[in-house]
Design a protein around this ligand. Sequence first.
Ligand code: GLY
Length: 441
Amino acid sequence: MAKVLFIGNGAREHSMVENLARDSELFTVGKARNPGIMKLSKDYIVVDKFDDFDALKAFVEKNKPDFAVIGPEEPLSLGVVDFLETLGVKSFGPVKELAKLETSKEWTRMLMVKYNVPGCPKHQTFKSMNGIKEYIEELNNENGFVVKPDGLTGGKGVKVSGEHMHSVEDGVVYCEEVLRDHPSVVIEDKLVGEEFSLMGITDGVTVWESPPIQDHKRAFNGDTGPNTGGMGSYTTGKLLQFMKQVDLDQAYEITEKMAQAIYKETGKKYVGVMYGGFIVTKDGVKLIEYNARFGDPEAMNILPIMKTNFSKVAEACVNGTLKDVPVEYEDAATVCRYVVPKGYPDTVEGSGEELDMSGVDDSNVVVHYASIDEQDGKLITSKSRSVSFTGIDKDVEKAQQFSLQACQAVKGSVRFRTDIGTKDLLQRRIDHMKSLGRTFD
Ligand code: GLY
């Protein structure tokens, strides 16, 4: 059994650990307790910050892991992989310079342009306000515009015209705000279509892609309300109904060319996850952004159905032998829903309260703990998403029913979206693509 140092403590990380625990021993460093991960780990410490390198060094010396697996983006951006390398521990996760794939929107767009990677929307990067108003006016006269701060913003920095900004002036004011805290701002064409996520696992040369997944960021049914960390996601197996094979092929090509571009630019191989956020538009597939880790909740859709043990995949990535370890998934639909405290994400009520899951039939769902703790045998919520339930079945409708039934059986001051993965929602996605001129046989 491999000994794996694991970094992270959310529901995404719980799903990673669950798969890793099939055939490895886990030694975990989290920023909070996670009762699910704690049960599966041989050792677990809580640190105040992921770059507490003294604590990390002591933990590595004590447990002597064979390699490390990093869950969230924060430790990547803080150089935890670089530090572990100095201790002789290789990681599934990119070094800080390559984690710019997520932390620098400017770098990603620069690579796409310099190395002719397809799927790059019209955009410009600005380091000062010079020319910003004119560029926003130009895009506003076409499809609209998107403003992206350069740097990590916890998923809250990107603003879109027509949704968060309602005039050129709003865009200019937001860019001024961004440039006070960030080195640059990227302004892009607003893309219209249906979004999907692909988790590309890579050793820097070979890339194995996950099935496509659709995430739901808005708080309420019908994609209304404020953006959240993600309320749930579904995959139907090989293709989502609003897509065609050509869309998936284009997305694969984009990620493969990006992995090559990173190597050409830096001379370093990107190891870990290249999570592409794509959109099918009337003009084909475009890349919205990359993240340098698994998606949350998308990880909960794919890790439970990953047939190849994730520890073998991660080990092959750190050793540069991924071409010999094809990453295969069961041909199944999965629907993941998060149960969140009432009022999330704005005014959270119900934090610090008991969540009673005794009525949940867990025979058809996989349960992953997020911001929740166990005290005296009781599960206690905090301010963020509490727990996720992933239903799995050949049939997406059954998978969504399993996930829904589990959410409905939870007692506590919580709520969840009921529409994710339903027939109605899937049809709305197809209708949306038809309204953009796409035909389906
Ligand atoms: N699914 C959104 C994210 O992981 O950032």
